[in-house]
Design a protein. Sequence first.
Length: 64
Amino acid sequence: MIEIEERLAHLDRTVEDLSTIIARQEREIAQLTRRVQMLLEREAEREASQGDAVIMGDERPPHY
């Protein structure tokens, strides 16, 4: 019986640890999602503001 109680206590602790980790990861994912959305909006604004730009033949594209 003591062995079962020890295993149960260990499993209970593991579940609590995993719950804490999952909660932290959920917050991190939400924060990263907001950051990606912000970057997508910034890039869309940048592309819209440079929409009429013409690349000359001897100019390197911006990704070089």
